[in-house]
Design a protein around this ligand. Structure first.
Ligand code: IMP
Ligand code: MG
Length: 338
């Protein structure tokens, strides 16, 4: 599949980072391009026992031959960007689109001091909402005007479309989750733009006909940080009892949790035109599946759950996450094609 778009199916934190890292290592793409809002997204996974947390650098960085790009739709905070470039050692193969809008201190201050944003919506405080609002007013700075980004500037849509013309593989990394979309989510408890697959294409500058597969990521249970409805929400005690307690990558906030939601999953598949599904953290709901790497290790109960996801959505589950490390995965697609 030359062009795959990877998106979140619930409220973010489905484990997209790990899936992008795994698929990038497996499929050896020429380009991994990050789409989505900006530094409000934290993609985290374990790489050879070391935790990785990324808010700007594409999660496909473990595949060393990939060109890493940040699409023009994405907001860039230079402080976060440079710190991650240093940590991941990707200087020389990462590019920022000339048209990326820049998050400044004033955007972060507004995000944190505005009562509507910080208390009512419960934002991540990363400045993305105020920056997108300034962008709509056409008063933000763009990457091309920042001398410190000079060596990183790229024409992302030209590179991505060029790679696809040459039949090279491209992975587009979406962020957040379907129901945090400004258009399709739980407004006003949502992020500051659309985050579905078609928006991810627009973020990096490819037309809808260039996409071959849309891989939607669902966690085996649902979580959300911040405010807004969460159908079937469990109390803090029950969440803890089930071992589903998680904390936000960007904010450290306790995530609210609920059981897997088939109605939301069906709607997310529709909104994204999903063609395949990754189910992550199967081991958290079915501990007997911890770190298994073959479908033989998946218990009957867990397989019944996967089957139920497929039956409800009419889309095949091709990947199953069974632990934090990128190697803790069952690749059902690989097995089927052999
Ligand atoms: P903002 O995107 O920082 O403006 O936050 C708006 C809402 O989206 C808040 O409820 C955040 O917690 C949520 N949100 C934004 N990005 C993410 C993410 O990457 N994962 C989970 N929640 C997010
Ligand atoms: Mg996250």
């Amino acid at each position: 599949m030359p062009c795959t778009v990877i998106v979140g199916g619930f409220f973010g934190d489905e484990g997209k980072g790990k899936i992008v890292a795994y698929v990038s290592t497996r499929d050896r793409p020429a380009i991994v391009a990050r789409a989505g809002v900006g530094t409000n997204a934290g993609h985290s996974f374990m790489l050879e026992g070391v935790p990785v947390k990324l808010r700007q650098v594409p999660s496909g960085f473990p595949y060393k031959d990939a060109r890493l790009l940040i699409g023009p739709g994405v907001l860039v905070d230079p402080t976060v960007f440079f710190s991650e470039v240093e940590k991941t050692k990707v200087k020389g193969r990462i590019g920022v689109d000339r048209q990326c809008a820049i998050i400044e201190r004033k955007h972060i201050d507004r995000d944190k001091s505005d009562a509507h944003l910080s208390s009512e919506v419960g934002t991540t405080g990363s400045g993305t909402g105020p920056c997108n609002s300034d962008r709509a007013l056409r008063v933000t700075k763009l990457a091309r005007y920042l001398p410190e980004l000079k060596d990183y500037l790229a024409d992302v849509s030209k590179e991505v479309n060029g790679a696809l013309d040459r039949k090279q593989r491209v992975i587009v990394e979406g962020t957040q989750g379907t129901f945090l979309s400004l258009f399709h989510g739980t407004y006003p408890y949502c992020t500051s733009k659309d985050v579905c697959a078609s928006a991810a294409c627009s973020d990096v500058g490819i037309g809808p006909k260039r996409v071959d597969s849309v891989l939607i990521v669902f966690k085996s249970f649902v979580t959300r940080v911040g405010t807004g409805e969460l159908p079937g929400e469990l109390g803090e005690e029950e969440t803890k009892r089930r071992g589903w307690t998680e904390y936000g990558t960007v904010t450290g906030r306790l995530r609210r949790a609920a059981p897997f939601n088939f109605d939301l999953a069906r709607r997310a598949v529709m909104l994204n035109g999903a063609t395949e599904i990754a189910v992550t953290k199967l081991d958290v709901v079915f501990p007997e599946c911890k770190d298994v790497k073959s479908n033989k290790g998946i218990s009957k109960e867990a397989f019944d759950f996967i089957k139920k996801v497929e039956d409800n959505t009419k889309v095949p589950v091709t990947l199953v996450g069974t632990g934090a490390d990128i190697s803790s995965i069952v690749d059902l697609k690989e097995k089927k094609s052999r």
